[in-house]
Design a protein around this ligand. Structure first.
Ligand SMILES: NC(=O)C1=CN([C@@H]2O[C@H](COP(=O)(O)OP(=O)(O)OC[C@H]3O[C@@H](n4cnc5c(N)ncnc54)[C@H](O)[C@@H]3O)[C@@H](O)[C@H]2O)C=CC1
Ligand SMILES: CC(=O)C(C)=O
Length: 258
């Protein structure tokens, strides 16, 4: 058994935004559990986390599978005793029109992006209730505030996550469990490499053009970095955010004004 310190689980923490959040929470002193489908990247993030002086644990997890999420939460609790923060970050994007999206792909993106949040909340709530406190932080998007062209099913999942966040916040407030979210804009991660590539095929423009065009729409004049979101999550995971619940904060450098 590792030493008792606060513990945060970050789903999809093997790369991108989740990795940025994991490294920031490690700097804040949390032991970190990385729950990712990819065991290699999860282990790599754990190595980086441990270099910051806290303990890390990689658990290969499919967040779209309730049994897998439950097993991951049991492994985290066994390793670290408490689960103080759950960051439901893992997600996928699909690019294409609604008409060309198959029902199977629609189900798939809902399972990974939305069911995962539902399973995660259900798995940690009893543990946090017994501890007397906890924080759940979910990944939405600016696409969860205004639907984006060619990202229809994706946008729908991000709206759904805001809905779950608001309902869970009300249901869990009496247990001193807060539930909040973050809504990033155009973040320079492997997800946007994929979106850009697919948009370049659809619009018949060079690779990089779609990303460049989206970045032009950002008031602060640059693409977003995982650290920009990690700064907010660091606050939401801290005691300083104890009186905030049910909110999903836009962190986009100035694209949507909500
Ligand atoms: N990149 C962006 O511009 C934005 C991203 N977001 C959201 O932020 C979150 C993170 O995005 P990125 O870091 O950009 O994505 P990414 O694609 O770079 O990383 C996603 C991570 O989730 C993991 N993952 C995927 N499916 C999984 C599954 N079934 N079970 C467990 N892990 C799984 C991947 O292995 C990967 O490590 C996502 O929910 C995404 O929708 C929101 C707004 C903008
Ligand atoms: C991937 C994503 O959420 C956006 C807004 O680009």
């Amino acid at each position: 058994m590792f030493k008792m310190t606060k513990t945060a689980i970050v789903t999809g923490g093997g790369q991108g935004i989740g990795q940025g959040i994991a490294l920031q929470l490690a700097q804040d002193g949390f032991n970190i559990v990385i729950a990712d489908l990819n065991p290699t990247t999860a282990a790599d993030t754990v190595t980086q986390v441990e270099a910051l002086g806290v303990k890390g644990l990689a658990v290969q997890t499919d967040v779209s599978d309730e049994t897998s999420v439950n097993a991951m939460v049991v492994a985290a609790k066994n390793a670290f005793d408490t689960i103080d923060v759950l960051v439901n970050n893992a997600g996928i994007a699909q690019v294409g029109t609604i008409e060309e999206t198959s029902a199977a792909d629609f189900d798939k993106i809902f399972k990974i992006n939305v069911n995962s949040v539902f399973y995660g909340i259900k798995a940690v709530a009893p543990i946090m209730r017994a501890q007397g406190k906890g924080k759940i932080i979910n990944a939405s998007s600016i696409a969860g505030h205004e639907g984006m062209e060619l990202l229809g099913p994706y946008s729908a999942t991000k709206f759904a996550i805001r809905g779950l966040t608001q309902s869970a916040a009300q249901e869990l407030a009496k247990d001193h469990i807060t539930v909040n979210g973050y809504a990033p804009g155009i973040v320079l991660t492997p997800m946007w490499d994929l979106i850009d590539k697919r948009m370049s095929e659809i619009h018949n423009v060079p690779i990089g053009q779609s990303l460049h065009d989206y970045i032009q729409s950002i008031a602060l004049g640059r693409g977003e970095h995982p650290q920009d979101i990690a700064n907010l999550v660091s606050f939401l995971a801290s005691d300083k955010a104890d009186y905030i619940t049910g909110q999903t904060y836009v962190v986009d450098g100035g694209i949507r004004y909500i």
